[in-house]
Design a protein around this ligand. Structure first.
Ligand code: UDP
Length: 368
């Protein structure tokens, strides 16, 4: 059996790495990895950490490339990879332009498609944009759906997807996290230098933000909230700022030169999970970070209005605060000041998995 694993962005690479490792151990499969490199630098950092060498690298990233141009280039370039390798199964992940376009190309060629992290939905066409429609397109085209939770399986059932094609496996992000935590090199220069910024008697807030629907007014509001939180003397904030110029411009304008607020370049995964583990509280609009945090026993405030990840919110580990300055400050203050609220929030187990998702997915593929 020939399996082709395709991904293009940082989060996909993190979440597919455990599958690449697990599938590569199986003698009955020939597994190849193709990267579209929709992200370049951030993708390569993940490949290095997990020691994955792609068999095909389409190298499609260009600055300010429109989604249509990117889509066309993905369709165009994946075509010859599919012709060259002739896989029996293509595995794609989540909700990126890479996922939806590779699914379409595989469908055109009659190749079976397995969708990892299937079934997440907001049912809001524009939030997240373009991810919600990417995952719906991928879901329509996929033949096998590996969902992280019961809720995501239920979404697919409600859409009329056949029950015996849906498999609840947990999210491979937890497999990656557990492997990652065991393999951190604490002697790295950048980790050491971050460590020397972090003061033991302060509460560390780690921040990330990159969603397209938050660009502009929402980002200004979000930065204003961080600025207000930085006035507290018992707090330190570290914010690895996403490379998108829409993010960089606002963040550096509002948050530069604050002594207890450190703006840094995006960290590679190894340093980032080390940092998350050091945090007291996380403020983010990231999907993956919300899924990782419950395993690290860290509470998360999510700066979005809607989410496709309800599970940790329903159990209380994650709170939706929107991009609303007052609400962000109020909820963060509560967690900083009230240990009881804090402890209740982190007390639950991770609803997104137990670190064995990749094994479950591979066992299923073996039985196919
Ligand atoms: N991450 C990272 N470095 C950073 C910020 C995030 O390695 O500076 C990791 C994080 O641990 C998570 C993933 O990137 O596994 C999430 O990616 P992102 O927030 O870009 O995308 P999303 O999950 O929202 O699709």
């Amino acid at each position: 059996k020939k399996v082709l694993i395709v991904f293009g962005t940082r989060p996909e690479a993190i979440k597919m790495a455990p599958l690449v490792k697990e599938l590569s151990k199986q003698k009955e499969f020939t597994t190849k990895v193709c990267v579209t490199a929709q992200h370049r630098e951030m993708l390569d950092q993940v490949l290095d950490f997990f020691k994955i060498i792609p068999d095909y690298d389409l190298d499609l990233m260009k600055t300010n490339q429109s989604l249509n141009k990117l889509s066309a280039r993905i369709l165009n370039s994946i075509d010859s990879v599919l012709d060259d390798f002739k896989p029996n199964l293509v595995l794609i992940h989540g909700d990126t332009t890479t996922s939806s376009m590779v699914a379409l190309a595989s469908f055109h060629k009659g190749i079976k498609i397995g969708h990892v992290e299937a079934g997440l939905r907001t049912y809001n066409k524009f939030s997240p944009f373009p991810e919600e429609i990417n995952r719906q397109i991928t879901g329509r085209l996929a033949d096998i759906h590996f969902t992280p939770t019961k809720q995501s399986a239920k979404n697919l059932l409600n859409e009329g997807i056949c029950e015996n094609t849906i498999h609840i496996t947990g999210n491979t992000v937890i497999d990656a996290l557990f492997w990652g935590l065991k393999n951190i090199n604490k002697n790295r220069k950048d980790i050491k230098s971050l460590n020397s910024f972090i003061l033991k008697d302060k509460k560390l807030i780690v921040v990330t933000g990159h969603r397209r629907e938050n660009f502009g007014a929402n980002f200004i509001e979000f930065c204003a909230a961080l600025k207000e939180l930085s006035f507290r003397e018992d707090v330190q904030i570290i914010y690895p700022v996403h490379l998108n110029p829409n993010v960089q411009e606002t963040v550096y304008k509002i948050l530069s030169n604050i002594s207890n607020l450190l703006l840094i370049s995006p960290l590679d995964y190894e340093a980032f999970i080390w940092l998350l583990n050091k945090s007291y509280l996380i403020i983010t609009d990231s999907g993956g970070v919300q899924e990782e945090a419950p395993s690290l026993k860290k509470p998360v405030l999510v700066t979005r209005e809607v989410t496709e990840r309800r599970e940790a919110i329903d159990q209380g580990t994650v709170k939706l605060v929107g991009a609303n300055k007052k609400k962000i400050v109020k909820e963060a203050t509560l967690l900083l000041d009230n240990k009881e609220v804090y402890n209740t929030m982190i007390g639950n187990k991770n609803p997104y998995g137990d670190g064995k998702a990749a094994t479950k997915i591979v066992n299923f593929i073996k039985g196919e």
